[in-house]
Ligand binder design. Structure first.
Ligand SMILES: Nc1ncnc2c1ncn2[C@@H]1O[C@H](COP(=O)(O)OP(=O)(O)O)[C@@H](O)[C@H]1O
Ligand SMILES: O=C(O)[C@@H](O)C(=O)COP(=O)(O)O
Length: 423
């Protein structure tokens, strides 16, 4: 695609979710740039098909999330993007107050013609997230019975997407079942029109397969605003017919000393750390000890100095749900998260000063804290190591190959073998 203006402008509510969507678009042959924070008008973002803006708005107060998302959307529109995409988690990570509903409401109000329904499609089959009769599944588990029920910041205890969204908005939430998706694009378009005519503002869409997402992508291609997980951007790309345009994957990526920083307490991150630990050294950062005044940053960097020369190292606060509860009881949820994020981002800064040039960060909030601390504002999106997990090459801040891993994404050996994909 060679028009001057980018086709798609994505507003992602966390940094790993942004990487996920950026990797999906790059995998579909798009030229993608990922920004961390809102791009100002001077930022060079030329010759791209998609701009993915990473925000850290999933767990902040709703009013703040709305304000930032609107500014991001306006910045994207001022660069001529044809379609806006609000990317939230495939497990609909949110609280009863938001922030998915309030942000979507605000974007609708400014960018969607009155009376047009907006698509809501968290389902991302490539990540084993499917929506059936409006109910969200993570693999074979109902969302509320999956490990997401124990998330430190956004525990998910209901699986019904219409019910979750309706609690967050005064707008009317409807649903389109998978049989309509099976019937094809015209059937979906006509059902979307009929929901609009009935005064419905949001249509939660069943998505069980990539074929459903391709059908939905074709049906929603002309919508000024689309919302969902990373699956639907793949559907839009298929509908647009884009394949194999020259992309950024030939960028030379930095190599050199390698480290993992993990603040994600998700099930898969725990498994990935257990796998790494069998052959490589790990260091645990305890937020309670940090709150008591222990120099966890200094200790972690001493560990790094002693081990970096031998190969990748891992520094984590990742722990079991029981240990997270213990820290939260001691410090409060917000303070435990803040201390952890502050410690891990200071450690990341120290690691870069020690010469680390390949960095994996596990966890969306954690990635937000680390990337901000390192002063990185843009990155070119490259090879996916596994679905939703691409290497990025920083264009500002320290020259790094950086991989931002969502809590539950990636294979169990990711921390050991991702480095081979950074070539
Ligand atoms: N040991 C811990 N105790 C309490 N909170 C923690 C601990 N380790 C990490 N956290 C916090 O849990 C949150 C994990 O969220 P995030 O980084 O987005 O991971 P994920 O991608 O798995 O959702 C972060 O705010 C992090 O600071
Ligand atoms: O949609 C997804 O599953 C991911 O892109 C995502 O947003 C995951 O968030 P974190 O688990 O908080 O990294």
């Amino acid at each position: 695609m060679n028009t001057d203006a980018p086709w798609l402008g994505v507003i992602a509510d966390d940094f790993t979710g942004a990487s996920d969507v950026a990797g999906t678009l790059a995998g579909a042959g798009m030229r993608v740039v990922q920004t961390f924070g809102i791009p100002d008008s001077l930022m060079q973002l030329d010759n791209v098909d998609c701009i993915v803006v990473s925000l850290k708005t999933r767990s902040v107060p709703a009013a703040e999330a709305v304000k930032e998302s609107l500014v991001a959307a306006r910045a994207l529109r001022s660069r001529g993007v044809q379609q806006l995409y609000f990317k939230y988690c495939s497990t609909f990570d949110s609280t009863p107050e938001g922030n998915i509903g309030p942000v979507a409401d605000a974007l609708r109000k400014e960018f969607v013609p009155a009376g047009q329904v907006t698509v809501v499609a968290p389902g991302t089959p490539a990540l084993q997230r499917t929506v059936y009769n409006g109910v969200l599944f993570a693999g074979t588990d109902l969302l509320q019975e999956s490990s997401m029920r124990n998330h430190p910041l956004t525990p998910m205890t209901d699986s019904s997407v219409p019910r979750l969204l309706q609690a967050q908005t005064r707008n009317v939430v409807g649903h389109i079942g998978y049989s309509v998706l099976e019937a094809g694009t015209s059937a979906v378009q006509s059902r979307l029109r009929s929901l609009s005519d009935k005064g419905v503002h949001y249509a939660v869409i069943d998505t069980l397969t990539d074929r459903h997402l391709a059908v939905l992508g074709a049906a929603a291609l002309q919508h000024p605003l689309v919302t969902g997980g990373s699956g639907l951007v793949g559907g839009l790309a298929v509908a647009l017919g884009l394949r194999d345009t020259p992309d950024s994957r030939r960028d030379a990526r930095p190599s050199g000393p390698a480290a993992v920083i993990a603040g994600s307490c998700s099930e898969m991150t725990n498994v990935q750390i257990d796998t790494f630990r069998q052959s490589r050294p790990c260091f645990l950062v305890d937020p309670v000890a940090a709150a008591e005044g222990r120099d966890v940053v200094g200790e972690a960097l001493l560990f790094a100095r002693e081990n970096l020369a031998d190969g990748p190292i891992l520094i984590h606060s990742t722990t079991t749900p029981q240990e997270v509860s213990r820290a939260q009881e001691e410090l409060g949820q917000a303070r435990a998260a803040q201390i952890t994020e502050d410690s891990l981002s200071a450690i990341a800064e120290g690691l870069v000063a020690l010469g680390v040039r390949q960095l994996i960060v596990a966890g969306g909030e954690t990635s937000g804290a680390v990337v901000r601390r390192l002063g990185i504002t843009t990155a070119r999106v490259g090879k996916e190591v596994s679905p939703g997990v691409p290497w990025l090459t920083t264009k500002t801040g320290p020259g790094l190959a950086i991989l931002l891993k969502s809590g539950n994404l990636g294979t169990r050996t990711l921390f050991l073998d991702a480095w081979e994909h950074n070539r």
